[in-house]
Design a protein around this ligand. Sequence first.
Ligand code: SAH
Length: 550
Amino acid sequence: MARVSASRPMAIVVLGAAALDTARRIQASFPESRVHGLAGRVDADIAYEDFGAHVRGLYASGVPIVALCSAGIAIRALASCLADKGSEPPVLAVAQDGSAVVPLLGGMSGVNVLAREIGAALRVAPAITTSGELRFGQCLLAPPEGYALADIEQGKRFVSDLLAGQTTRIEGHAPWLDDAALPRAGDARLAVRITPFVTRDADSLVIHPRCVLAWIEDISREDDIAERVRIALRERHLAPLALAALTAPARHMASQSLEDAARALNVPLRFCNAAPFDRTDAKDVALHVGDAPIEAQSIGRARGTLTVIGLGPGSAELMTPAAKTALNDAQDVLGYETYVRMAGPFRADQRVHMTDNREELQRARHAFELASEGRRVIVVSSGDPGVFAMAAAVLEALDAGRATHPEWSAVKLAIVPGVSASLATAARAGAPLGHDFCVLSLSDNLKPWSVIEKRIAHASEADLVMAFYNPLSKARPWQFDRAIDIVKRYRDSNTPVVLGRDIGRPAEALRVVMLGELKSELVDMRTMVIVGSSTTRVVGDWVYTPRWYE
Ligand code: SAH
């Protein structure tokens, strides 16, 4: 039996610390799942602010939900999204102490299977309430992975016929029904039919094995690829739900129309050097019908992805949902050790490659190599990946390497922004960046110190607020004081300066000093320095730069 959770990691949602123990017991049996806890109250893997909004968001994205709370709380939270019965993820309520497991929603997506697995983990009998399940020990309407129910409405009628006393035959190969307590009879009028072919027969429960591959060689034609595949399937009376994957030559890996077609057909897209089966005809779309479900992952390779994400300054709330999604989807995670740890915890199926901070180009090349193998790779930066971080290093690697590694250009590259340290620090202090500002890195590792001095002088002269990244390190002990000396030539010693250290992290510290008092002892490499302009002012505990100019 395919585990529901294997394809979709579930969210174990807890409200209070009392439920954490049970949550971790469930998680032990589902290592790919995450515990979601109320921010500030529970030390969970993922923090949320508002229970209702959070579970509705999970539900809308199809994530299986195990809510460690009363059934009433869970039902009320989801009440407004229950109209569409067809596409709901499994939702279960589990008593905080683990004494009861109640499947609530998702009968078609395997909630009862999940309830049994969680019940087994907690050693309690799940409260299964579905009548077909109770009688037959298996929900006929939720076939395992590799199979798809043709028509839910027809399925429901079929199950109620069985419940009313009818018998059934099984036509085709349905190994998961071997042990089901179905009322079988060889001469029954009703039949469970396992077939890739379209079957319109009121007496059948039709289940399609995903055993068909489509191969498309010519993508230069104007017309829609998905439609061409649908036509080819129709000509052979094959059901679209029987399609296991769309396959195409590796040279078309970067094609957007192939990607759109696979999405429209709702199947994985795999690339091979040659058709993954013997072509018996020269048709536009070649089809192969296997005699058992085909695992798309076993065919050729996927188009690899390389996503460079920014984690924000440190805390989970300041990480964008897009970055969280990318982390969740990743197979390989690369980055500087500190940031990779910040991005965790990772599932057992995710590979983590930690490197030293200085090895940025090598890391970027490694990321392209992994992505070229078809893997989903992410490279993590703190803050924003485009601000003195990995996004530029990745593009430098592509720029230098694409002539010798043409396969790198086929990788699907994306950059996901993050909250940069200057913005996070500014927000804590008020609005010091409320008017024109510039950001400068004081590190002379990759640029000559003379350039830095010149830029500081010009920025000071232009009366820009300045945000200094990398202000100081053990290897660069004197540079910061030199930089400040230059600023002081142009700016009053009463100019407010914001010092943010470890912003968004547990050791967060914020200080406001006047330029006259600023010296290197006050900063280190974990500090963000924002030097105000001539208009920057202090109001109570806040620092801001007005939007107007005198
Ligand atoms: N990509 C990162 C910056 C990397 S450079 C970003 O957009 O934030 C590293 C420098 O950023 C550090 O030397 C420090 O000056 C600053 N920095 C990064 N995280 C910080 C944090 N949480 N608090 C204060 N400064 C931080």
